[in-house]
Design a protein around this ligand. Structure first.
Ligand code: ZN
Ligand code: ZN
Length: 262
Protein backbone atom coordinates (compact mmCIF):
# COMPACT_ATOMS: atom_id res chain seq x y z
CA UNK A 1 0.00 0.00 0.00
CA UNK A 2 1.20 3.52 -0.80
CA UNK A 3 0.64 6.76 1.08
CA UNK A 4 0.43 10.42 0.28
CA UNK A 5 1.94 12.35 3.15
CA UNK A 6 2.12 16.15 2.96
CA UNK A 7 5.08 16.92 5.25
CA UNK A 8 4.12 20.57 4.92
CA UNK A 9 1.56 22.44 2.85
CA UNK A 10 0.66 26.13 2.87
CA UNK A 11 1.64 29.40 1.24
CA UNK A 12 4.72 29.23 3.47
CA UNK A 13 6.15 25.84 2.53
CA UNK A 14 5.28 22.74 0.53
CA UNK A 15 6.74 19.24 0.53
CA UNK A 16 4.81 16.03 -0.14
CA UNK A 17 5.89 12.40 -0.06
CA UNK A 18 4.12 9.89 -2.30
CA UNK A 19 5.11 6.24 -2.18
CA UNK A 20 5.47 3.32 0.16
CA UNK A 21 7.98 2.23 2.80
CA UNK A 22 10.56 1.20 0.19
CA UNK A 23 10.29 3.75 -2.59
CA UNK A 24 8.59 6.93 -3.57
CA UNK A 25 9.09 10.50 -4.69
CA UNK A 26 9.04 13.93 -3.14
CA UNK A 27 6.91 16.65 -4.71
CA UNK A 28 8.58 20.00 -3.92
CA UNK A 29 11.07 20.80 -1.18
CA UNK A 30 9.86 24.07 0.30
CA UNK A 31 10.83 23.38 3.92
CA UNK A 32 14.12 23.36 5.83
CA UNK A 33 16.18 20.21 6.02
CA UNK A 34 15.59 19.75 9.74
CA UNK A 35 11.82 19.97 9.45
CA UNK A 36 12.01 17.65 6.43
CA UNK A 37 14.00 15.01 8.32
CA UNK A 38 11.81 15.28 11.42
CA UNK A 39 8.48 15.01 9.54
CA UNK A 40 9.71 12.07 7.49
CA UNK A 41 11.05 10.21 10.53
CA UNK A 42 7.67 10.63 12.25
CA UNK A 43 6.02 8.13 9.93
CA UNK A 44 9.03 5.83 9.59
CA UNK A 45 9.84 6.42 5.93
CA UNK A 46 13.62 6.12 5.45
CA UNK A 47 15.19 8.95 3.39
CA UNK A 48 16.62 6.30 1.03
CA UNK A 49 13.07 5.55 -0.08
CA UNK A 50 13.00 8.87 -1.95
CA UNK A 51 14.15 8.29 -5.54
CA UNK A 52 13.67 11.79 -6.93
CA UNK A 53 12.48 15.31 -6.12
CA UNK A 54 9.84 16.63 -8.54
CA UNK A 55 9.52 20.38 -8.44
CA UNK A 56 6.28 22.05 -9.50
CA UNK A 57 7.75 25.54 -10.01
CA UNK A 58 10.38 27.93 -8.72
CA UNK A 59 8.40 29.90 -6.11
CA UNK A 60 10.19 29.99 -2.76
CA UNK A 61 7.49 28.11 -0.86
CA UNK A 62 8.25 25.10 -3.09
CA UNK A 63 12.04 25.17 -3.27
CA UNK A 64 13.29 26.81 -0.06
CA UNK A 65 15.04 23.65 1.17
CA UNK A 66 15.74 22.14 -2.23
CA UNK A 67 19.52 22.45 -2.38
CA UNK A 68 20.14 21.00 1.07
CA UNK A 69 17.52 18.27 0.75
CA UNK A 70 18.87 17.28 -2.67
CA UNK A 71 22.41 17.09 -1.30
CA UNK A 72 21.27 14.98 1.64
CA UNK A 73 19.25 12.57 -0.49
CA UNK A 74 21.64 12.50 -3.47
CA UNK A 75 18.81 12.10 -5.96
CA UNK A 76 18.05 14.15 -9.08
CA UNK A 77 15.75 17.15 -9.17
CA UNK A 78 13.06 16.85 -11.85
CA UNK A 79 11.02 19.62 -13.42
CA UNK A 80 9.99 21.39 -16.59
CA UNK A 81 12.66 23.05 -18.72
CA UNK A 82 11.51 26.51 -17.65
CA UNK A 83 11.48 25.63 -13.95
CA UNK A 84 14.95 24.05 -14.01
CA UNK A 85 16.30 27.13 -15.83
CA UNK A 86 14.79 29.45 -13.21
CA UNK A 87 16.18 27.34 -10.35
CA UNK A 88 19.68 28.01 -11.67
CA UNK A 89 19.02 31.68 -12.46
CA UNK A 90 17.62 32.25 -8.97
CA UNK A 91 20.61 30.36 -7.52
CA UNK A 92 18.30 27.90 -5.81
CA UNK A 93 20.51 25.17 -7.28
CA UNK A 94 24.07 25.36 -8.60
CA UNK A 95 24.39 24.70 -12.36
CA UNK A 96 26.15 21.37 -11.70
CA UNK A 97 23.35 19.97 -9.50
CA UNK A 98 21.81 16.75 -10.85
CA UNK A 99 18.73 17.83 -12.80
CA UNK A 100 16.49 15.92 -15.16
CA UNK A 101 13.85 17.15 -17.50
CA UNK A 102 10.41 15.81 -16.57
CA UNK A 103 8.05 16.96 -19.29
CA UNK A 104 6.94 13.41 -20.00
CA UNK A 105 6.44 10.31 -17.90
CA UNK A 106 9.39 9.39 -15.64
CA UNK A 107 9.66 5.90 -14.15
CA UNK A 108 11.62 5.41 -10.92
CA UNK A 109 11.67 2.06 -9.08
CA UNK A 110 8.37 1.01 -10.63
CA UNK A 111 6.70 4.30 -9.73
CA UNK A 112 5.64 6.42 -12.69
CA UNK A 113 5.38 10.21 -12.48
CA UNK A 114 3.35 12.04 -15.12
CA UNK A 115 3.56 15.84 -15.31
CA UNK A 116 0.85 18.18 -16.51
CA UNK A 117 1.01 21.93 -17.06
CA UNK A 118 -0.74 24.33 -14.69
CA UNK A 119 -1.79 27.99 -15.21
CA UNK A 120 0.29 29.87 -12.61
CA UNK A 121 2.36 33.05 -12.59
CA UNK A 122 5.73 31.32 -12.85
CA UNK A 123 8.04 30.30 -15.69
CA UNK A 124 6.59 26.89 -16.58
CA UNK A 125 4.73 25.31 -13.68
CA UNK A 126 3.45 21.78 -13.69
CA UNK A 127 1.92 19.30 -11.27
CA UNK A 128 2.21 15.54 -11.07
CA UNK A 129 0.25 12.33 -11.11
CA UNK A 130 2.07 9.42 -9.46
CA UNK A 131 1.19 5.84 -10.32
CA UNK A 132 2.56 3.11 -8.06
CA UNK A 133 3.89 -0.28 -9.15
CA UNK A 134 0.58 -1.73 -7.88
CA UNK A 135 -1.32 0.44 -10.35
CA UNK A 136 -2.90 2.84 -7.84
CA UNK A 137 -2.44 6.57 -8.30
CA UNK A 138 -2.39 9.90 -6.53
CA UNK A 139 -2.26 13.46 -7.84
CA UNK A 140 -0.68 16.52 -6.26
CA UNK A 141 -2.23 19.63 -7.81
CA UNK A 142 -1.60 23.04 -6.23
CA UNK A 143 -0.70 26.54 -7.43
CA UNK A 144 -3.10 27.01 -10.32
CA UNK A 145 -5.32 29.97 -11.07
CA UNK A 146 -8.11 27.96 -12.60
CA UNK A 147 -9.07 24.43 -13.58
CA UNK A 148 -8.80 23.36 -17.19
CA UNK A 149 -10.29 20.34 -18.93
CA UNK A 150 -6.80 18.96 -19.44
CA UNK A 151 -5.99 19.15 -15.72
CA UNK A 152 -9.35 17.60 -14.89
CA UNK A 153 -8.48 14.66 -17.14
CA UNK A 154 -5.26 14.11 -15.19
CA UNK A 155 -7.13 14.06 -11.89
CA UNK A 156 -9.80 11.66 -13.09
CA UNK A 157 -9.41 8.03 -12.11
CA UNK A 158 -7.02 8.78 -9.25
CA UNK A 159 -7.40 7.03 -5.93
CA UNK A 160 -6.57 10.21 -4.09
CA UNK A 161 -6.42 13.81 -5.22
CA UNK A 162 -4.60 16.54 -3.33
CA UNK A 163 -6.06 19.79 -4.65
CA UNK A 164 -5.36 23.40 -3.80
CA UNK A 165 -7.89 25.17 -1.57
CA UNK A 166 -5.96 28.40 -1.14
CA UNK A 167 -8.31 31.13 0.01
CA UNK A 168 -11.80 31.92 1.21
CA UNK A 169 -13.08 34.62 -1.13
CA UNK A 170 -14.58 36.85 1.58
CA UNK A 171 -11.41 36.62 3.69
CA UNK A 172 -9.20 37.58 0.76
CA UNK A 173 -11.47 40.49 -0.13
CA UNK A 174 -11.61 41.81 3.45
CA UNK A 175 -7.98 40.99 4.30
CA UNK A 176 -4.91 43.19 4.60
CA UNK A 177 -3.20 42.25 1.33
CA UNK A 178 -2.58 45.12 -1.11
CA UNK A 179 -4.98 45.31 -4.03
CA UNK A 180 -2.44 44.10 -6.65
CA UNK A 181 -1.71 40.99 -4.60
CA UNK A 182 -5.40 40.22 -4.10
CA UNK A 183 -5.86 40.48 -7.86
CA UNK A 184 -2.87 38.24 -8.46
CA UNK A 185 -4.10 35.52 -6.08
CA UNK A 186 -7.66 35.55 -7.42
CA UNK A 187 -6.52 35.87 -11.06
CA UNK A 188 -6.44 33.20 -13.75
CA UNK A 189 -2.80 32.39 -13.00
CA UNK A 190 -2.99 32.71 -9.20
CA UNK A 191 -4.53 30.19 -6.83
CA UNK A 192 -7.72 28.15 -6.46
CA UNK A 193 -10.25 29.40 -3.90
CA UNK A 194 -12.25 27.17 -1.57
CA UNK A 195 -15.18 27.56 -3.97
CA UNK A 196 -13.10 26.61 -7.03
CA UNK A 197 -11.77 23.61 -5.15
CA UNK A 198 -15.24 22.46 -4.08
CA UNK A 199 -16.57 22.73 -7.64
CA UNK A 200 -13.78 20.49 -8.92
CA UNK A 201 -14.06 18.00 -6.06
CA UNK A 202 -17.78 17.76 -6.72
CA UNK A 203 -17.03 16.88 -10.35
CA UNK A 204 -14.39 14.36 -9.34
CA UNK A 205 -16.70 12.78 -6.77
CA UNK A 206 -19.41 12.37 -9.42
CA UNK A 207 -16.84 10.62 -11.58
CA UNK A 208 -15.68 8.21 -8.88
CA UNK A 209 -12.81 9.81 -6.94
CA UNK A 210 -13.28 9.15 -3.22
CA UNK A 211 -10.24 10.46 -1.32
CA UNK A 212 -9.30 14.11 -1.16
CA UNK A 213 -6.64 16.24 0.47
CA UNK A 214 -7.02 20.02 0.56
CA UNK A 215 -3.65 21.67 0.13
CA UNK A 216 -1.74 24.93 0.00
CA UNK A 217 -4.07 26.86 2.31
CA UNK A 218 -3.25 30.52 2.78
CA UNK A 219 -2.42 31.41 6.36
CA UNK A 220 -3.89 34.91 5.96
CA UNK A 221 -6.93 34.21 3.83
CA UNK A 222 -8.20 30.81 4.90
CA UNK A 223 -8.86 28.54 7.86
CA UNK A 224 -8.58 24.73 7.75
CA UNK A 225 -12.03 24.32 9.32
CA UNK A 226 -13.64 26.59 6.69
CA UNK A 227 -12.01 24.73 3.78
CA UNK A 228 -12.96 21.38 5.31
CA UNK A 229 -16.60 22.33 6.01
CA UNK A 230 -16.87 23.69 2.48
CA UNK A 231 -16.22 20.24 0.98
CA UNK A 232 -18.30 18.34 3.54
CA UNK A 233 -21.26 20.62 2.73
CA UNK A 234 -20.72 20.53 -1.03
CA UNK A 235 -20.59 16.73 -1.17
CA UNK A 236 -23.31 16.51 1.47
CA UNK A 237 -25.66 18.33 -0.90
CA UNK A 238 -25.29 15.47 -3.36
CA UNK A 239 -25.99 12.90 -0.67
CA UNK A 240 -22.41 11.91 0.21
CA UNK A 241 -21.43 11.33 3.83
CA UNK A 242 -17.93 11.95 5.15
CA UNK A 243 -16.27 8.75 6.33
CA UNK A 244 -18.80 6.53 4.58
CA UNK A 245 -18.73 7.77 1.00
CA UNK A 246 -15.53 9.80 0.92
CA UNK A 247 -12.36 10.56 2.85
CA UNK A 248 -11.13 14.10 3.43
CA UNK A 249 -8.08 15.65 5.03
CA UNK A 250 -6.74 19.18 5.17
CA UNK A 251 -2.98 19.07 4.64
CA UNK A 252 -1.52 20.73 7.74
CA UNK A 253 0.89 23.64 7.55
CA UNK A 254 3.33 21.37 9.38
CA UNK A 255 2.37 17.75 9.50
CA UNK A 256 2.84 15.54 12.50
CA UNK A 257 1.94 12.20 11.01
CA UNK A 258 -1.33 12.44 9.06
CA UNK A 259 -1.51 10.73 5.69
CA UNK A 260 -3.97 9.06 3.35
CA UNK A 261 -3.26 5.62 1.98
CA UNK A 262 -4.24 4.39 -1.44
ZN1 ZN B 1 2.94 27.90 -3.65
ZN1 ZN C 1 3.39 29.43 -6.70
Amino acid sequence: MAIIYPLASSSKGNCIYVGNQQSGVLIDAGIGIRAFAAHLALIGIPPEAIKGIFVTHEHTDHVKGLERIQKALKVPVYGSKGTLKRLIEKKVLPPFAPMQLAEEETVLSGCSVIPFATPHDSEQSQCYRIRTAEGTSAVVCTDLGHMTDEIHRHLLGSDVVMLESNYEESMLAAGSYPYFLKRRIAGLTGHLSNLDCAAEIRRLYDEGVRKFILGHLSEENNRPEIAYANIVETLGRCGATLGKDFELMVAPRENHGKWIDF
